[in-house]
Design a binder for this molecule. Structure first.
Ligand SMILES: CC(C)(COP(=O)(O)OP(=O)(O)OC[C@H]1O[C@@H](n2cnc3c(N)ncnc32)[C@H](O)[C@@H]1OP(=O)(O)O)[C@@H](O)C(=O)NCCC(=O)NCCS
Length: 127
C-alpha cells in the first residue's frame, strides 16, 4: 500500500475513531489487563480483526476468528464475508487456512485513496 495512503488513513482514524465507529459488535482479547487483539463483526461481515504484533502467531487470531464466525452463524447467516487488502499475504493465508476462499476482487476507498481488495467468503455450518 502506498505510504501516502497509510499516512492519510492514520490521520483520519486518529481524528474520527471514537466518533464514527459502532463498537457494539466488538470483542477484545486481553492479557494481564492489556488489550492484545480485537475482532468486530457487522451483520454477516467480518469487519475487522487485529492482533498486536508481539502476540501474533500464538493462536489468538484463530480464537477471535472462531468467535466472529460463531456470532455470525448464530445470527442466522449461512455465509460470512470479509475483505482483505491485496498484498496482506499473511492475513490472506491465515483466512485460507481457516476455510475462507476468494470469490472476487474490488476496490475500496481508504481516506480518499483507492486500494485494491480481495473479497473472501466462508460457508458456515447450520444447526
Ligand atoms: C492475521 C492475524 C489476525 C492472524 O492472527 P494470529 O494470532 O497471528 O494467527 P494465529 O496464531 O491464530 O494463527 C492461526 C492459524 O492461521 C494460520 N496462519 C497464521 N499466520 C499464517 C501465515 N503467515 N501463513 C500461513 N498461515 C498462517 C496458521 O494455520 C495458524 O494455525 P496453526 O496454529 O495451526 O499454525 C494477525 O497476524 C494480525 O492481526 N495481523 C495484522 C492485522 C491484519 O492484517 N488483520 C487482517 C485485516 S483483513
Amino acid at each position: 500500500m502506498p505510504d501516502a495512503t497509510v499516512d492519510a488513513w492514520t490521520e483520519a482514524r486518529g481524528r474520527h475513531w471514537d466518533l464514527e465507529d459502532d463498537w457494539s459488535d466488538l470483542w477484545v482479547a486481553d492479557a494481564d489487563g492489556s488489550i492484545v487483539g480485537y475482532v468486530q463483526v457487522d451483520a454477516a461481515r467480518l469487519a475487522n480483526i487485529w492482533i498486536a504484533p508481539a502476540a501474533q502467531g500464538q493462536g489468538l487470531g484463530k480464537r477471535l476468528l472462531d468467535l466472529a464466525e460463531t456470532v455470525i452463524q448464530r445470527r442466522g447467516h449461512k455465509q460470512a464475508r470479509l475483505e482483505v487488502f491485496v498484498g496482506n499475504d499473511r492475513a490472506q493465508a491465515f483466512y485460507e487456512s481457516r476455510g475462507w476462499a476468494e470469490v472476487g476482487r474490488d476496490t475500496y476507498e481508504l481516506a480518499g485513496h483507492p486500494v485494491p481488495g480481495i473479497v473472501m467468503v466462508k460457508d458456515l455450518p447450520q444447526d
